[in-house]
Design a protein. Structure first.
Length: 81
């Protein structure tokens, strides 16, 4: 009986919309004492420690996540070369 190898399935990365803006998102406040759902949103953005930053495309999904925890973040647009 032949055993088929299982391939790891990867989720596709979020595509940056053509001509779309990108945002630099930085965590500036501690997550201690904030609700678990807000902590999960920050983790979902890819932020872990205070001062960590990520660059994400400006999509409605990211905008909603940023709006939900805006009191913990500093957000600025990225200058395109």
């Amino acid at each position: 009986m032949a055993v088929k190898s299982a391939k790891a399935v990867r989720k596709p990365r979020a595509k940056i919309p053509a001509g779309g803006r990108r945002l630099r998102i930085r965590l500036v406040r501690s997550l201690i004492a904030y609700p678990k759902n807000q902590q999960a949103v920050v983790r979902g953005l890819g932020l872990r420690k205070i001062g960590s930053e990520v660059i994400r495309p400006e999509t409605p999904e990211i905008a909603g996540m940023v709006r939900k925890v805006s009191h913990l973040l500093k957000v600025e647009p990225v200058e395109e070369p």
